[in-house]
Unconditional design. Structure first.
Length: 432
């Protein structure tokens, strides 16, 4: 059991500290490949995680023809291709472009948009974010200034249920019973505005951020110096009012928990059968990908899962059975539920351990809290909210209970797989 002692910051940092940004934004994309220990890596932005069957087929062909034969889902609902062969960049770009996955070469790294994956499917939420998603992507790809955004800058389109609003986006548009609300950074203050103006407001707010960032080196809203961050919301409101948008401040605390859709049939909506599917460690082989993409539209979630829409009602049960037989999660009770990990060794040179293999070895009965395994202190892709943090260190693994941006006093388990599995299970079950 983890002791609930005095909490400390999860990752000590100073807002506005641009020292780590002096070399520029090296965030990978579909056209800017990143060299990893297992070969080149491409990150393909999928706004809202939405993929047509044609686009999904193209991604499968890319993984098979150029990469390691797997598709890796990210915590922003994007896709990474790993183990890419040397010199494949031009062919890969041509394949993606032909499938409509590169609507603008200049903007491909800034199309970072997460969206409520069940919006319009289950009767929940206060708005269908689909129209917002299409319009925001059109506006982004048509803006010269947007090309200056970092590949890490994040937009969120939340249908009102609070799922993606909790993910810590730089700018969030939230559906309300009447109209919408714009959140800038992590503040509890939001700005109500007409729903139809939401995408335009997001673009204007991103341009205001670029003005505020100036030469500070800030990539994201949280990186701004205190004085610039304080002035950003005022600048956004001024821009919107000058554009004729009616804006009024309101208070809406950001949700603390970003809850993923439960695996299983999506019920309550008007659009026919849909299925929420969990993906162990966010990694899909070609057989699994082809099964998922063969049914209908796919919505990749920020929790490294997939919502498949358009499933024929008379085939829903057999489809779920086939996915489960292929190793995917289609219902409650899976030991993989809530288990995540970074790529670890051998794919990442900075990782101190094969954390995916260790996570698999430690899988047991589902715990109350999610757990995330990281191969180093960077904790790439870690969740938000409350979770169990397992970090590989030279001395073993450090385990702590995280709540928001604070972590309880950790315990360290030396190099003993059985003891590590037991400590993780205890931490997840007890909550600290």
């Amino acid at each position: 059991m983890l002791a609930a002692m005095s909490a400390s910051p999860l990752t000590p940092r100073s807002p506005g500290d641009a020292s780590a940004r002096s070399s520029g934004d090296a965030c990978p994309g579909a056209l800017r490949l990143h060299r990893a220990d297992d070969g080149a890596l491409a990150r393909i932005r999928i706004p809202g995680g939405v993929l047509t069957p044609h686009q999904a087929k193209a991604l499968g062909e890319a993984a098979a023809g150029f990469g390691d034969g797997e598709l890796h889902l990210t915590s922003r609902g994007n896709v990474q291709l790993r183990g890419l062969a040397p010199g494949c960049g031009a062919e890969l770009a041509g394949l993606l472009d032909g499938a409509g996955l590169l609507p603008s070469e200049r903007h491909e790294r800034v199309r970072n948009v997460v969206a409520s994956p069940l919006s319009g499917l289950d009767g929940g939420g206060a708005a269908d974010v689909g129209p917002w998603l299409a319009e925001l992507d059109r506006l982004l790809c048509g803006s010269d200034r947007a090309t200056r955004l970092s590949g890490r800058f994040l937009f969120a389109l939340d249908d009102g249920r609070g799922d993606v609003d909790a993910l810590g986006a730089d700018l969030a548009l939230i559906g309300l019973g009447t109209g919408a609300a714009l959140r800038v950074g992590s503040t509890d203050t939001v700005f109500r505005l007409p729903a139809s103006e939401g995408p335009r407001a997001l673009l204007a707010a991103s341009e205001a951020f670029l003005d505020a960032a100036g030469d500070t080196g800030a990539w994201r809203v949280e990186d701004l110096p205190d004085e610039a961050g304080t002035a950003l919301s005022d600048a956004v409101v001024r821009r919107l009012r000058q554009a004729g948008v009616t804006v009024s401040p309101d208070r809406r605390p950001r949700p603390l928990e970003a809850r993923s859709p439960a695996p299983g049939p999506v019920r309550g909506g008007p659009r026919g059968a849909a299925l929420s599917v969990g993906v162990p460690l966010g990694r899909l082989d070609l057989t699994q990908w082809q099964l998922l993409s063969g049914a209908g539209e796919m919505r990749l979630t920020p929790w490294r899962g997939v919502v498949v829409t358009g499933v024929a009602p008379n085939a829903a049960d057999s489809f779920a059975d086939a996915l489960a037989e292929a190793g995917l999660i289609t219902g409650p009770g899976s030991p993989w539920a809530g288990v995540g990990a970074c790529i670890g060794q051998p794919g990442c040179a900075k990782s101190l351990a094969d954390v995916r293999g260790q996570a698999a070895a430690a899988v047991g009965p589902p715990g109350r809290l999610p757990v995330y395994w990281s191969g180093c202190e960077r904790r790439c892709g870690h969740p938000r909210g409350e979770w169990i943090d397992v970090v590989a260190t030279p001395d073993g693994h450090r385990i702590s209970h995280v709540r928001g941006d604070r972590a309880d006093e950790p315990v360290t388990v030396r190099h003993d797989p059985a003891a590590l599995a037991a400590a993780v299970a205890s931490a997840r079950g007890s909550g600290g």
